[in-house]
Design a protein around this ligand. Structure first.
Ligand code: HEM
Ligand code: PLO
Length: 486
């Protein structure tokens, strides 16, 4: 929208025509840190131009909750971006699609599929435990070597979403899995990170290395999705639906067969199905793996935390059985550690940009229709008024004096977002984080291999906050020597 002169808009960074405030952004690849620091000069709520896009940056929880909860529906839009349009066939997925009836329906379908296969039933727990056992077997055979855990963690997490989406899984060394690792990294490196093509859409018509890489990676991913789609369509039977792909197909057929004229006509195209699965698959893999890597990194930095988790596990679970989901309530220290990892290194430090669907306001400030709104979760999670020494890793923040779990010690904590755009995978992610960490720490102690240094806890900004590469040594704990560990 056009800015009206007499309105009370947020303070704006100085901008030049065309370039917008871009000169300020150049040389600041860590956008979440830069936006956090700009508060010193412009206050907690300020605006800037990215190319021709008017962007409002929110840095405190009161404003964030107004956007996400109180005015959630008004701010439920998503901006079109060159890179995400490429990834999602112009927003036919969930995460990068603007508010619409089809989007609402897609979310609902995923929700019910997730609760059908997992939450509530025992099935998903069994799948995760099966992958946790495989992970522990690998760790056991690689014991005391210097190991890059990233591919092992990714495979474990990938197999959970593979079971969920396609009722399939990968073995170690599977070439299709290696392909997936590659293209997914290519997408994470190039998509939705306020890259130049997203700021200046006309740049897409010039040769551009990042964009070429993204196209190539998306093509690879689409081939994989298409293959699953065809196989599922051929084998489809509406009374034996066993995965997300199947339940989406069933929903589409139902919609076509009895599309009553009472309902508004809704087109759930093949593209919508493919992109929905693509989202769940992509989010399912990249987010959970990232958190597991951050967790390991912080355990290397804080061996006393690792030891406390193990003491708790020894006491509550022991050595005769594996950890289960219903142990969660008895393992508050492990749960607190997970919460603290999600605070100190939020997976999605700027969430996904929201867009105002009408003229509105945040606090005392007017916000024009079409404004992009970026919630700086990093600022919320590192707010010194809300968190004592925010850069310090301290699971104790999430416990009371008796060591009992405190769910949210500050309102300035939203690792999964909130409101109608809240993460759809929160419950699944928490189940996986808990089980993978509990299984591994019950059996192994992780340390920095000889000759290696502690990895710096610096994240790399992008569509997820990426973890630096590092190696670990996994030593089988004494109590497990000579026992069958899975
Ligand atoms: C959206 C966090 C795991 C699927 C989001 C958002 C955040 C988030 C912050 C954006 C909310 C917003 O823009 O306002 C996380 C974290 C995870 C995680 C911290 C892991 C620890 C997952 C998993 C799945 C998933 C496992 C899939 C099974 C999605 C989807 C959206 C989303 C589809 C888009 C929702 C929408 O735009 O309507 N997540 N997520 N996430 N997440 Fe997650
Ligand atoms: C990760 C790379 C995949 O190849 C494609 C993909 C799909 C959905 C995206 C995900 C990527 C990154 C994390 C996102 C997720 C949707 C919701 C999630 C953005 C790009 C978060 C944390 O918001």
């Amino acid at each position: 929208g056009k800015l009206e002169p007499h309105y009370n808009y947020p303070k704006s960074l100085p901008s030049l025509p065309v370039v917008g405030s871009l000169l300020h952004l150049v040389g600041h690849p860590q956008l979440h840190l830069f936006f956090c620091r700009l508060q010193e000069k412009y206050g907690q709520l300020y605006a800037l131009y990215m190319g021709s896009h008017y962007v409002v940056i929110v840095n405190n929880y009161v404003h964030a909750k107004e956007v996400l909860l109180k005015k959630g529906k008004i701010f439920a839009g998503r901006p079109h971006m060159v890179t995400t349009d490429l990834l999602t066939r112009n927003g036919k997925d969930i995460a990068f699609a603007s508010y619409s009836p089809v989007w609402k329906f897609q979310r609902k379908l995923v929700h019910s599929a997730l609760s059908m296969f997992g939450e509530g039933t025992l099935l998903l727990e069994n799948i995760i435990c099966r992958e946790a056992a495989t992970l522990c077997r690998t760790l056991n055979s690689e014991q005391d070597t210097s190991l890059d855990m990233a591919p092992e963690l990714t495979r474990a997490v990938t197999n959970v979403v593979c079971s969920l989406c396609f009722n399939s899984s990968y073995h170690r060394g599977d070439p299709e899995f290696e392909d997936m690792l590659q293209y997914s990294q290519g997408i994470v490196d190039t998509v939705a990170k306020e890259s130049l093509v997203d700021i200046f859409p006309w740049l897409q018509f010039f040769p551009n290395k990042d964009l070429a890489l993204l196209k190539q990676c998306v093509e690879k991913r689409d081939q994989l999705l298409q293959q699953q789609f065809v196989e599922h369509k051929e084998a489809f039977s509406s009374d034996s639906v066993t995965d997300l792909m199947g339940s989406l197909l069933r929903a589409k057929l139902n919609l076509e067969n009895n599309n009553s004229h009472l309902l508004p006509r809704m087109d759930l195209t093949d593209d919508h199905l493919l992109m929905t699965v693509g989202d769940i698959f992509g989010a399912g893999v990249e987010t959970t793996t990232t958190v597991l890597k951050w967790s390991l990194l912080y355990l290397l930095h804080n061996p006393e935390v690792q030891q406390k988790i193990q003491e708790e596990l020894d006491q509550e679970v022991g050595f005769n059985r594996h950890p289960q989901l219903n142990d969660r309530q008895h393992l508050p220290y492990l749960e607190a550690t997970i919460s603290e990892v999600l605070r100190i290194r939020p997976v999605s430090p700027l969430l996904i940009p929201h867009e105002a669907l009408e003229d509105t306001s945040i606090g005392e400030y007017d916000i024009p229709k079409g404004a992009r709104v970026v919630i700086n979760l990093w600022s919320l999670h590192h707010d010194e008024k809300e968190w004592d020494k925010p850069e310090e890793f301290n699971p104790g923040r999430f416990l009371d004096e008796q060591g009992k779990r405190v769910y949210s010690p500050s309102p300035s904590y939203l690792p999964f977002g909130a409101g109608i755009r809240v993460c759809v995978g929160e419950a699944l992610a928490k189940m996986e984080l808990f089980l993978f960490l509990a299984w591994s720490l019950q059996r192994f102690t992780f340390s920095v291999p000889e000759g290696e240094t502690l990895p710096a806890p610096e994240g790399k900004f992008g569509v997820v906050l990426q973890v630096p590469k590092f190696r670990v040594k996994a030593a089988l704990r004494e109590a497990w020597q000579g026992l069958v560990i899975y």
